[in-house]
Design a protein around this ligand. Sequence first.
Ligand SMILES: *Cc1c(COP(=O)(O)O)cnc(C)c1O
Length: 811
Amino acid sequence: MLNISKKTFKKDYVKKFIELHGKELEEGTPQNKYETLGTLVRDYIAEMWIATNKKYNKTQEKQVYYLSAEFLLGRLLGNSLLNLGIRDICKEGLAELNINLEELENLEQDQGLGNGGLGRLAACFLDSMASLNIPGHGCGIRYKYGFFEQKIINGSQIEAPDNWLRGGNVWEIRKPDKAEIVKFGGEVKVEMIDGNMTFIHINYEPVLAVPYDTPVVGYENQVINTLRLWSAEPVSNEFDFSSFSRGDFLKAIEYKNSVEAISHVLYPDDSFYEGKLLRLKQQYFFVSAGLQSIIRHYVKHNGDLENLDEKIAIHINDTHPTLAIPELMRILIDEEGLSWDDAWRITTNSVSYTNHTILAEALEKWPVDMFKKILPRIYMIVEEINRRFCEELWSKYIGQWDKISRMAIIGDGYVKMAHLAIVGSHSVNGVAKLHTEILKKQEMQDFYYLYPRKFNNKTNGITHRRWLMKSNPKLTKLLVDTIGDSWIKHPTDMEKFENHLDDKSVLERLQQIKTENKIDLAKTIKQSSGIIVDPNSIFDVQVKRIHAYKRQTLNCLRVMNLYNKLLENPNLDIVPRTVIFGGKAAPGYFLAKKTIELINAVADKINNDPRVNEKLKVVYLENYRVSLAESIIPAADISEQISTTTKEASGTSNMKFMMNGAITIATLDGANVEIRDEVGDDNIVIFGMNEREVLDYYKNGGYSSWQVCNEDERLKRVTQDLVNGYYSPDKEKFKTIYEHLLTYNDEFFVLKDFDSYLRAQDKVDEIYRDSIRWQKMAGVNIAHSGIFSSDRTIQEYATGIWGSGFLYKNL
Ligand SMILES: *Cc1c(COP(=O)(O)O)cnc(C)c1O
């Protein structure tokens, strides 16, 4: 907690304003005022940051490095103020200067260096590590362009570049003196030097990796950890421009462009793999720079590499940073002179790996030719890891060639990153109980039998500081008024709230808060889309990446069916609904982009049909991102978590919604299962096929979407509506969706789950009519959401994987 009075803050603020802008406060633009506050807060942080690092160097506590290709931080100002414990003081101080804090906070650009759940998880984890006094730091890429900005124009997604650095970034500090060189291409010469085989990398292309550090503020505990993001720059001294002939000058420009391309843009694919050369370069770039700087720092302050694995933990978020394994081997062997066996022991003991998906299309594998050419030395090391691993398999599984070739790290002309990650680490975790079980008994069964002790579960979590305290201050106040504030440090204490759910005044306040949040969101909807929605209707929300397995199509078909029903019977007695969608599609994912078009076409027709408008509206909110999520989620009545069972590894928006008192309508997929276990069957609405049924269909076949469709008049009608011009004069427009469902047999069982989903929606309607019952359900969900705080998740990682659990005794 930062100790500062309102008076000092005001003085500091005005002084900083004048320093930065050279004019008086009254003449400042809102942007000037935001920049001033951000810079001042960063200055406040600086001293604590230095002190934290000093303490880490002195105590030599185990340092955790969380390697991730994505960090989806969102905005930093509000949460930094909250965690520093000075948000109220700033708010009051600024008000006295005629400045509204929230207005300044809303001027901040989202830091959108991630696609969705995986990147947001990394951001929640940074917040929790700092808040739990764990020396845990992020390592990633400082993309010049983050995740694209989505515009919905004439009902279609249009992508615009996210030039997030345009207005500057007050949070980062460039550290050119801590730059590292990363080497690409070239050849490896093997020489015997003093009787040792020595590997010399020659003719490589050097890339300068420059770190930008962002402070990660712990909650009222004086801890400031570091997120270090690397930017690719040309090695300037390498090229003496005057000595170049014309041809070489062009070459130098080419070199500059090819280097800068590495940290230019985030790939906008989620749960999808493409064998793009640049992506392989990105992955090696940040992993190599990160590890070189980690080892350099370690050697400087500690020295003894022999027990490196007791002093640092390296966590890889999905397979994107898997090259950390051969890169650490390279540093230890080639640069530090360790033997293979010592290097291997240290590496495997340091590295741990999280798997995020079982979708086949998401599993990374790099063509051997490409890999070898770009990373010749790393390839040699991977080959040697593979050779030794296969040797182990040969002696264990005598004659079982099928199994051995299935498990090999290199095979069929590819390097298989998940195999490398499992073999080269000491821990492999899934992200929800169901997901981990599927990994063990299906996708990674061979590896599970070989290394049963490596596999473990760590159910995902979300930081309650951003997703409740910051985004829903009114609900936060209700909790503090009823149960005190112990839950802020111990989120499972939120359970105490359940004891207050027989108190009518508490339920009334709960309803009041939801209504106020809905009124706020209605304003946002009006501003961004022009659509007027009724805050007394059910706000029914599905916001997440657009993906076939997440089944936005199922939700949309349900809306289309409801529309048909309302037209047939205008007196149909339903609770009015506002169905809200949001999410981005990968620019190259045709079906997902068509899904956005369909939802917008359906929305357009329904919203302009006065016959049904009192009862049904459909909204597509453009450019879904962290800051928008923070205003949508506190206003949701219904959380749509309707993925095909087995396909969503965990989900995290399900947890955010629950924590804000939305009722979940869900399949028993990912962490939905654990949410159900927490709240009980009466406080969630479950539908759809279970795990066994889905796996059985995938294994044995027997599903006919055509047959299911033909046996259900409602389905016949809504699927025909896709291709009969009902929602578009262009009958071909939604043909892809129709074909996916009927011609190609509906890979994700949308039609199969349709009936069950509709019955679940009827049940929602029925429950909502009983206001007391609904508010109690909302209350139970809030009360049981503490277990899904990422503080719980991080405690489990620390004690179960990283071996830094002893730190908790101080809590
Ligand atoms: C939480 C979050 C996600 C993940 O949502 P899921 O529904 O779990 O896929 C994606 N994007 C943003 C901006 C988020 O905040």
